[in-house]
Design a protein around this ligand. Sequence first.
Ligand code: SF4
Length: 348
Amino acid sequence: MEDSVSAAKKIIASYHGPALRIMEVCGTHTHEIMRLGIRRLLPENVKLISGPGCPVCVTPVGYIDEAVLLALKHNAVICTFGDLIRVPGSEMDLAGARRRGAEVRMVYSPLDSEEYAKAHPEKEVVFLAVGFETTTPAACLAVKKAVKDGLHNYSLLVANKTMPNAYLALKGSADAFLYPGHVCAITGTAVCESLVKQGISGVVAGFTASELLAAIAVILKLSEAEKPFFRNCYPRVVKPEGNAAAQALMREIMEPCDTEWRGLGIIKGSGLHLREPYRTFDASRRYSLPKITGRSNPLCRCGEVLQGKCLPSDCKVFGTVCTPQHPAGACMVSNEGACSAYYQYGGT
Ligand code: SF4
């Protein structure tokens, strides 16, 4: 392994090609790159920029408002991954709703929320389903289990997203993508390969120091030819065909729809919602939720951070008004958020 790390470092250090902007599509890549100090190894003309790969960060403010409405007006028990509890809504976050008496529970898996609903038939339980292809299959499993258990008090507020059309929407934002390893493990590599024909370059990257350095070195090497390219640099996990069982499960329970991304607006066909036989588990329909257009903090630049248009440290309130203890935007809350990574590891 030492040899491959040295070889990658050598390629990176001797790069003399054109200036490059490489986008970390995945929030975990951003955190690992910051934690490992990889940015410091890059030549001056190679920049790493963050992308929209943190599911909590790309979920729009209006979704938080809908969850708060469910908790306070409809007395639903909200089950969610921990990060979402502190993402600011227009008026308050879910922690604020909890202070006003709402029941907001942190869960580690969608199946935990289904189990909770099963154990408490007297309560209405809503799971906040956000995430990409990596986490969507678990939400689909929870729906299947709810059908099997005959639950009538369980639903999902669905904001799951898929990456392919987001890559297209981001065309031109960077010279190459570091494609998200976990997502590609589910989807396979066909989409990324097909993007080469549209002039979009990238490599699938793993998460260790050697995998990240190798992926960056491959980008630098292939960029010298100045032609679009794709390589799978994470073959120990990502197979060309992806995870067929997870894909089939998602197709069975959900279908594509247009959806809103924080900062990127509505991207056609980039969302998922429940197919008709499962719509009874759709919280929006069950509670006739109005579509809420949220208002984010006017000082927050999360929308630009998520498109690589600015660095977290370019935001005027980064590290002052906005800190992990008092986040003003989603990118400072989430464990995968770029602002949180910059705060934690001191990026500029
Ligand atoms: S530092 Fe805070 S306010 Fe600024 S972009 Fe990041 S999350 Fe938003």
